[in-house]
Write a protein that binds this ligand. Structure first.
Ligand code: HEM
Ligand SMILES: [Cu+2]
Length: 545
């Protein structure tokens, strides 16, 4: 046939494959299907961990026993932490949206190593399942907290070893994803897409990927050493055998602080992607935002010991780690300034992704500022291991990345599934989530300041009023989350058909059909302009009289 019109290609959701049914998904090497696989599995883990969180909050409604035994509470916060960190927030944005979008955004047909990509998902699922299996083995679920601090993690009789192995496997999955993304970005950008014509989300993925491959091996080895210590008692960490528990903390945080940036950088990238679209303005300070991602990744790798100010460190050590902690706030603050500058004089369109981005900026700012407070040595000594810290990290991780994920889900939902979602329920969900979130976590700053320690099952009656506000907040938040998910699920079936570019975005993924065809691009695009060219919306000076 000699027609100029390309035959209608099947989209990736409906494509014919060798395997049938679920096999067509779990053996697929299409980066889009793998992204969706991650999305489904990650959301299951997320919802499970949310339920654990809500149950913990219910327990904290009254002093003493409310609904569960102390040992149950210990296993709940351990599980909640492990699932939220290793199964939700670390893989969340890069593995789901990075996989789905990276090739589309840089004009490529897939990632550089499609089969390795599938292997990453398999490792992710294996790690996740192992963590679940460990709950039911004799010995009972681990109760060490997600940090596996020694010497307790060496002494406790619960199933620490399977949990450690699970985290180890998940680490491998994360390393492979990072490796794949770096190679893809270096080798597969469309003609004309120079580094500074790349969308900012891909810049964020790039910086994140470097942390993934450089920092994750450290945690892998460290966790294996704990296993070795438990099995053979060689005396690396165990003080009884001449080992050093503080060494464990150093090794743990050398990974886990940078991991915080694995969690937040892609979220910052999502905000930089969504803001210009709804403000109809070129993002302010594109290059500075791109460089600040790299700067955060770099300086962020040097601040780990700010988690250890109370273990007994030299004054010089404390001073240096405090100073570096302040330094890392500079590139983060630069991003926030640039976002605000982008909003200024923009022609703003209020849509659901934009609302989530506003909550993100507000909550992330509170998380960042309380992080600075924690970097102040004197303040840190007062609030270390109190609810203040719990408030701080939930504001960053959930208030930032979690809300960024919600923004991303709504922003790219039409692209991923070819359907629009209903706006009113989504706005109600957003409102409840934002209200509930702040009601749940803000009182924790006060509680911590007043001296309420974290990871405690019981507390003095004078703390109760704050706990009540916080627990009621968790119910409002929970209802908000349910409304959001139910709305999206219903929209999968009943939503109106989405056009290729419902929001008016300028990046390449909006140039292909929704949902995208299997091969992404019929012809590899040639890139001439930067990704956020909204000049047609800007008021030209001569037209202003
Ligand atoms: C409805 C949502 C959530 C609720 C109700 C909730 C509640 C809680 C509670 C009550 C604790 C125990 C605090 C303590 O005793 O020290 C906790 C700890 C924790 N949460 Fe959440 N949380 C939620 C969402 C999240 C999210 C989205 C993340 C990560 C992205 C997260 C990460 C953590 C971590 C890492 C811990 C520390 C666990 C530990 O101390 O070992 N949480 N959360
Ligand atoms: Cu840190």
């Amino acid at each position: 046939m000699t027609s100029n019109v390309p035959a209608i290609e099947p989209d990736y959701l409906h494509a014919q494959t060798n395997s049938k049914g679920i096999g067509a998904w779990i053996f697929s090497t299409d980066h889009k299907r793998i992204g969706i696989l991650y999305m489904v599995s990650m959301l299951v883990f997320f919802l499970t961990a949310v339920v654990l969180g809500v149950l913990m909050r219910l327990e904290m409604l009254t002093p003493g026993k409310t609904i569960m035994q102390p040992q149950t509470y210990n296993t709940f916060f351990t599980l909640h932490g492990i699932m939220m960190i290793f199964l939700f927030i670390i893989p969340g944005l890069p593995a789901v949206f990075g996989n789905f979008l990276l090739p589309l955004m840089i004009g490529a047909k897939d990632v550089f190593f499609p089969r390795l990509n599938l292997l990453s998902w398999w490792l992710f699922i294996t790690g996740g399942l192992l963590a679940l299996v460990s709950l039911f083995l004799p010995g009972g679920p681990a109760d060490t907290g997600w940090t596996f601090y020694v010497p307790y993690s060496i002494r406790t009789t619960t199933n620490v070893i399977p949990a450690l192995f699970a985290a180890f496997i998940l680490g491998f999955s994360s390393i492979l994803t990072g490796l794949n993304f770096i190679t893809t970005i270096h080798r597969m950008r469309a003609p004309g897409m120079t580094w500074f014509k790349m969308p900012l989300f891909t810049w964020a993925l790039y910086s994140t990927a470097w942390i993934q491959i450089l920092a994750t091996p450290v945690i892998g080895i460290t966790l294996l050493l704990v296993v070795v210590e438990r099995l053979f008692g060689v005396g690396i960490f165990d003080p009884n055998l001449g080992g050093d528990p503080v060494l464990y903390q150093h090794l743990f945080w050398i990974y886990s602080h940078p991991a915080v940036y694995i969690m937040i950088l892609p979220g910052l990238g999502v905000v930089s992607e969504i803001l210009p679209v709804f403000a109809r303005r070129t993002i302010f300070g594109y290059k500075v935002i791109a460089y600040s991602s790299l700067a955060i990744a770099f300086i962020g790798s040097l601040v780990w010991a700010h988690h250890m100010f109370t273990v007994g460190m030299s004054n010089t050590g404390m001073f240096i780690f405090s100073l570096l902690t302040f330094l890392v706030s500079i590139p983060s603050a630069i991003k926030v300034f640039n976002w605000i500058a982008t909003l200024y004089k923009g022609s703003i369109k209020i849509e659901v992704p934009f609302l989530f981005v506003l909550s993100f900026i507000f909550q992330f700012s509170i998380g960042g500022l309380t992080g600075l407070m924690l970097g102040v040595l004197a303040v840190n000594i007062h609030v270390q291991d109190t609810y203040f810290v719990v408030g701080h990290f939930h504001y960053v991780m959930f208030g930032g990345t979690g809300f960024g994920l919600m923004a991303a889900m709504h922003f790219w939902f039409p692209k991923m599934f070819g359907k629009m979602f209903k706006k009113i329920p989504a706005i109600i969900g957003w409102l409840l989530m934002t209200l509930g979130f702040n009601m749940l976590y803000f009182p924790m700053f006060i509680l911590g300041y007043l001296g309420m320690p974290r990871r405690y099952y019981d507390y003095l009656p004078q703390y109760q009023s704050y706990h009540i506000i916080s627990t009621v907040g968790s119910w409002i938040l929970f209802i908000g989350i349910l409304i959001i998910f139910i709305n999206l699920l219903i929209s999968l079936k009943k939503g109106k058909k989405a056009s290729a570019n419902p929001w008016g975005g300028k990046t390449l993924e909006w140039t292909v059909a929704s949902p995208p065809p299997v091969e992404n691009f019929h012809e590899i695009p040639v890139v001439e302009k930067g990704p956020y060219d909204y000049s047609e919306y800007e008021i030209k000076p001569e037209s202003v009289k």
